[in-house]
Design a binder for this molecule. Structure first.
Ligand code: HEM
Length: 375
């Protein structure tokens, strides 16, 4: 892997997770240790029966009532997913353990975005499925997401603060625009890092663990469930068609997929922040509406520029998807991963829609602020 920029300094210096110095975080004791120390090797050797038997044995002895439930769920769900990924059928003990822990924290009974990116102690005692160079790539992939989310948490907390006033003064609106730009810039850095440093082979080999769980009918872990991106879009643009569609398709129907964290408390944007963003939108506390206030006409260009950066960021995301998942552009929704895309919408439609939304909003905004011949 090549160094991209300071965004990634830690991983560039870091070796294979199997040899790195660890500070153990093992909420399920032996089961957690097994996931950290032996799971990658058994997966590499496709030891299906051994994995199944170990999972049953370890799960039957695990105490799910301890602290760090989100990490405990990650460990149990990784073990369950590992059994599935080698063609096995998870037994009742591991399935029961996952069900029990997920029920206690109102999460889905499986691998989640929150688990893999936030609960996973990426610096102290990371969990990965792969081994050797694949493990390094996998950790890098998680780390890029975690860094984006950490920055988004700061941005979203700041935006809540800045947009709290009914119309906001010019200075706070200008600051909100700058904060939102920071959010998009950190996403861009992340997409760039993935494009430059992650090989397609490494992505394909880890991707099998993130697929949808057809047995239980659940979506796999995905940044699609980033509450940070949802809040950023909402607070920048307000109640656009896309945000409304997302509320309908995700917030109300699939709330349990989003992180149970908070930007201020956990440093990771979650479902309560999404609800807060929705209430801000409902009250007109968005950058879009603040800049439409006649007193802030001087901010028009700044807002148009923000929309431009937002659109650019979505185009970079689309570039990443085209690189790593070209089949998304050539197959119908039902063929992607054997399941429909986002609530029946194809991924391509989602990206087209989200880019169109930023482009149109930017154009609409620039047009409405271009001085006419009579002015
Ligand atoms: C190799 C890297 C990535 C790939 C291959 C990828 C792929 C995808 C795909 C295929 C979808 C559509 C999912 C569906 O409709 O079921 C999607 C959606 C989404 N992804 Fe990514 N993604 C990547 C990285 C990221 C990162 C780093 C973020 C930001 C943290 C992100 C945030 C999102 C969001 C918010 C959506 C929902 C649609 C939207 O708001 O645009 N993705 N991604």
């Amino acid at each position: 892997m090549r160094k991209t920029d300071t965004f990634l300094t830690r991983l560039d210096c870091c070796d294979d997770p199997s040899t790195q110095k660890r500070t153990p975080r093992r909420p399920l004791n032996d089961l957690s240790t097994f996931v950290v120390e032996r799971l990658p090797t058994l997966l590499a050797d496709t030891k299906a029966q051994e994995l199944h038997d170990e999972a049953e044995q370890l799960a039957s002895q695990a105490d799910p009532t301890g602290r760090e439930s989100a990490l405990a769920l990650l460990d149990a769900a990784m073990l369950q997913r590992a059994v599935l990924s080698v063609g096995g059928k998870p037994g009742p003990e591991i399935a029961g353990l996952v069900e029990h822990i997920s029920g206690s924290i109102e999460s889905i009974p499986g691998l989640t975005y929150e688990g893999v990116i936030h609960a996973n102690p990426l610096q102290a005692d990371p969990r990965v499925f792969g081994s050797g160079e694949s493990a390094r790539a996998e950790l890098f992939f998680y780390d890029v997401h975690a860094r984006i989310e950490q920055q988004l948490a700061i941005v979203i907390s700041r935006l809540f603060q800045l947009l709290a006033a009914d119309e906001g003064d010019t200075e706070s609106t200008r600051e909100a625009i700058a904060a939102a730009q920071d959010g998009f810039h950190v996403m861009q850095k992340g997409f760039r890092a993935l494009m430059h440093d992650l090989s397609k082979d490494a992505f394909s080999s880890m991707r099998r663990y993130f697929s949808n769980d057809h047995v239980q009918g659940m979506s796999g872990p995905s940044a699609l469930f980033s509450a940070g991106v949802y809040c950023l879009d909402s607070l920048v643009q307000g109640q656009t068609a896309k945000v409304r569609a997302f509320q309908r398709e995700h917030k109300f129907l699939r709330q349990e997929y989003y992180p149970r964290t908070t930007a201020m408390g956990d440093g990771f944007v979650g479902i309560t922040d999404m609800q807060k963003a929705n209430s801000y939108v409902a009250q007109g506390r968005t950058i879009s509406l603040h800049t439409q206030c006649s007193d802030h006409a001087g901010l028009s260009e700044d807002y148009a520029q923000l929309l431009h950066i937002g659109g650019q960021t979505r185009k970079m995301h689309m570039g990443v998807v085209k690189t790593f998942l070209p089949e998304v552009w050539t197959t119908t929704p039902t063929e992607v991963d054997g399941a429909k895309g986002t609530a029946g919408t194809s991924p391509k439609q989602i990206f087209d829609e989200s880019i169109r939304m930023y482009d149109e909003e930017e154009r609409r905004h620039r047009d409405s602020h271009t001085p006419s011949a009579h002015e």
